[in-house]
Design a protein around this ligand. Structure first.
Ligand code: HEC
Length: 443
């Protein structure tokens, strides 16, 4: 039982469309932000320890600049990550209302951990700034007291950074699990705890996909914010600029170039239930974006055409958008049956409210059959549609599911044309489903 089920109402058909749009916008805000946050803190920590080890202040400078430029102010960060995340949890809670799946709990846990990681990373950022103020103040003589204070801050800062990255990784793993699971109704029942998430390969594929996207967008963001935006961070400082340029191009390039692997894996193992032409179109568009981005990155690398980095950064966002839309389409396709049941519930609630509930008895089921279905269906012989005796037993007594098909028919058997929607009310669909099921059962 999901606690969220008590707070949300089942969405109607139009409502589901709106929720999907909201979901795409929220994901397109949250995922790039989370990717940059994770990437920037990892790279900063990496350069920081490299600086400490080699004693080269250039690296420490890079470490500080990355975190300064790429991690936006606390309030803006909150608006760009935690708020859309809350909205994502709520939308899934609505779409998966009543479903036996741990998606919403996992997303909620991920949200809590994300906030913890977020606080750690901002502490890391502050410790950094502190260290530099201290450095500036101690120009000539340094008392032991200041020295021990400095060591403490350096130690704490690195600690916050490491923990922050770890917690963010766990949070994003849970987030990926929740979203991946939502698109796989076949395993909703079996994958019901965190241990089982860890042994589900498709979750790891999507998680690796997120990590590569994180590298790509962080590399793109460094290129853009260090070299183009407001004239660059340290124009004229050649050694610094060469080091950071090479690093960010390679990171972005590797991050982008491994993506086709995941896109192919995703599409090749696509279940029929998730597929639709839209999914293939957006997978294709993603591949196209990968091609253009890697070409541009190569150009920047070879010819120092750093001005391309604005376009690269923008195109990585577009790549995110394509992938997110593809994933949401896959989710909608996969959860189709569940969503139809929800739509029916919503209609029922709306009718209850307006007091127009119609009582439909079993006799009406027979009447509807002989008025609307008999033209194409008999029980034991093929007309335009298949005989009920062949198709109905497959529902093994699941009246809701059969009514769901009659209410909103989907393509099933390639040997037949698609069944046109008969425009029945949800109650009518249930009545005729009951009539058919009873009659098939008796024979
Ligand atoms: C214009 C013709 C037509 C009408 C009218 C029609 N159907 Fe169908 N029906 C079909 C066709 C064609 C199929 C096969 C669709 C497929 O396999 O994709 C089908 C399939 C079905 C199936 C099998 C679904 C499955 O999972 O294999 C059921 C059940 C069904 N119809 C019930 C009904 C009911 C109930 C009505 C009346 C309310 C109705 N149909 C009206 C043409 C029709």
């Amino acid at each position: 039982m999901n606690i969220f089920d008590q707070f949300v109402i089942p969405p109607s058909q139009e409502h589901v469309g709106l929720l999907t749009v909201m979901q795409i916008i929220s994901l397109l805000t949250f995922l790039p932000f989370a990717g940059i946050m994770l990437g920037a803190s990892s790279f900063s920590l990496f350069f920081n320890s490299k600086g400490k080890r080699s004693g080269n202040p250039l690296y420490t400078q890079i470490a500080k600049d990355i975190i300064d430029k790429l991690i936006v102010g606390k309030a803006a960060g909150f608006a760009l990550s935690v708020l859309p995340m809350i909205s994502i949890v709520l939308v899934y809670a609505q779409m998966l209302n009543g479903a036996k799946v741990i998606t919403v709990s996992m997303l909620f846990l991920s949200l809590i951990l994300f906030i913890v990681g977020y606080v750690f990373i901002y502490n890391y950022k502050s410790a950094f700034q502190f260290e530099h103020i201290l450095n500036a103040a101690k120009k000539d003589e340094v008392s032991d007291e200041v020295k021990s204070y400095e060591n403490k801050i350096v130690y704490m800062g690195a600690r916050y950074g490491t923990w922050g990255i770890f917690v963010l990784l766990v949070s994003m793993f849970l987030f990926t699990s929740g979203v991946t699971l939502a698109s796989k109704p076949g395993i909703w029942n079996s994958v019901d705890n965190i241990l089982k998430l860890i042994i589900t390969p498709s979750i790891w594929v999507n998680f690796a996909y997120f990590l590569s996207s994180s590298a790509a967008i962080t590399g793109g963001a460094i290129l853009y914010f260090f070299f183009v935006w407001q004239g660059g961070v340290r124009p004229g400082y050649t050694e610094y600029n060469e080091a950071i340029k090479k690093f960010s191009i390679i990171t972005a390039l590797v991050g982008v170039l491994v993506q086709p692997l995941f896109i192919f894996a995703n599409v090749l193992f696509l279940k029929a239930a998730n597929a639709s032409s839209g999914v293939y179109v957006f997978a294709g568009l993603s591949l196209l974006a990968v091609l253009i981005i890697s070409n541009l990155l190569y150009h920047i690398y070879k010819n120092s055409e750093i001005n391309f980095s604005g376009i690269v950064f923008f195109l990585i966002f577009v790549l995110f958008a394509f992938t997110i839309i593809k994933d949401q389409l896959m989710f909608r396709n996969a959860a189709r049956e569940h969503l139809i049941v929800l739509n029916m519930k919503a209609e029922e609630l709306a009718q209850e409210k307006s007091g127009s509930i119609v009582q439909v008895s079993a006799a009406d089921g027979e009447k509807i059959y002989s008025e609307k279905c008999i033209a194409c269906h008999r029980f034991d012989q093929k007309v335009v549609g298949p005989p009920y005796q062949e198709t109905v037993p497959k529902y093994s007594g699941d009246l809701k599911k059969l009514a769901g098909f009659i209410y909103n028919p989907q393509k099933v058997n390639p040997d037949y044309p698609a069944m046109p929607n008969q425009g029945l009310k949800q109650k009518e669909a249930e009545a005729v489903a009951k009539y058919i099921m009873d009659k098939v059962g008796k024979k």
